[in-house]
Design a protein around this ligand. Structure first.
Ligand SMILES: [Zn+2]
Length: 313
């Protein structure tokens, strides 16, 4: 299991204040036991200093420390990438593209793309895990209702399902939030069922409101414990924790991203969940997020602008 060094802002500043220090750190993450050619497995290389590449002595394949990572083919300096990752990891509410552009002397477009690439890493990292045990589940809406238009009809309203796993004392452990296609208000359970299938481990106990859609989703046979009632007076803490986390997510997204475009809501929710799920190891968050960024393939600008989010058609 990987271990992650805890860093204060001063530690960070001292460790990564040059391009070379950042490059060496990436080299160590990518090849902790020394260089290995991704093409043939050979362990010796020629450094090509000018282009910051490593050429395999056996097969002549050339590679870099950023190949196959979120930083791949970026023209932005490594130390700026490190700062962006630090800001995203350590600011509880995240950082907007406008502020990042100012802090790192980048164009707004460059900062916006960096942040989305970092969010992609957060999304991929948490996709490896499912909620397990006792799960409090609810549906929520993001956006502002248009006056005179019902919530369901308004294009500004985005249905989201949130699940929080709880320990035996009812305290929150991990959270997942995702945009869904349809929810209980539309009397269709598919979006909810998809969320449950994707994000909740088989055999878990789901505590949820007794709406028909929830019942359909959780009585499909996958969850032997069956549904319990979230709003039961015996479980007020479970409702409280779920609501607290949902409120935090809404405050974070409204406060930092001011009128977030609906197209990318899933990515912003992933960012919130990534940080919340690691709140107990907050000093390690830079290294954890950097590791996530170096172990996932990037997303391009073209892929981002055509991203299709369920429920927004
Ligand atoms: Zn090779």
């Amino acid at each position: 299991m990987a271990t992650y060094e805890a860093l204060t802002i001063l530690d960070f500043q001292n460790k990564f204040n040059t391009e070379e220090k950042c490059r060496k750190h990436l080299f160590h993450i990518k090849w902790p036991y020394g260089f290995i050619c991704p093409q043939c497995g050979n362990t010796t290389y020629y450094p090509i200093e000018k282009r910051k590449l490593y050429e395999c002595k056996a097969c002549k394949h050339q590679t870099s420390v950023t190949a196959g990572t979120v930083l791949h083919r970026s023209h932005i300096a490594l130390h700026k990438w490190f700062w962006a990752i630090y800001f995203v990891a350590h600011d509880k509410r995240g950082i907007s593209a406008t502020r990042l552009a100012v802090e790192l002397n980048l164009s707004y477009q460059a900062a916006w793309l960096m942040l989305h690439k970092i969010r992609k890493a957060m999304m991929d990292c948490d996709a490896h895990y499912q909620l397990t045990g006792i799960i409090a589940l609810d549906e929520i809406y993001f956006g502002t209702p248009i006056e005179g238009v019902t919530r369901i009809c308004s294009r500004d309203i985005i249905p989201v399902v949130a699940g929080v796993s709880l320990d035996k004392q009812g305290r929150p452990q991990y959270i997942k939030m995702d945009v869904v296609e349809s929810t209980i208000k539309t009397n269709q359970s598919q979006g909810l069922a998809d969320f449950v299938d994707k994000h909740i481990a088989s055999g878990s106990t789901i505590n949820s409101a007794a709406y028909r859609a929830y019942m359909q989703a959780v009585t499909s046979g996958k969850y032997p414990s069956g549904p319990l009632l979230l709003y039961d007076k015996k479980n007020p803490d479970q409702l409280q924790w779920l609501n607290t986390m949902i409120s935090n997510a809404k405050a974070c997204i409204a406060g930092t991203y001011h009128g977030l475009g609906t197209k990318h809501l899933s990515a912003y929710l992933s960012e919130f969940c990534f940080r919340t799920n690691r709140r107990r190891v907050a000093p390690e968050l830079f290294n954890r997020l950097l590791y996530a960024c170096t172990t996932t393939v990037t997303i391009t600008y073209q892929q981002l602008i055509v991203r299709n989010i369920p429920g927004l058609t």
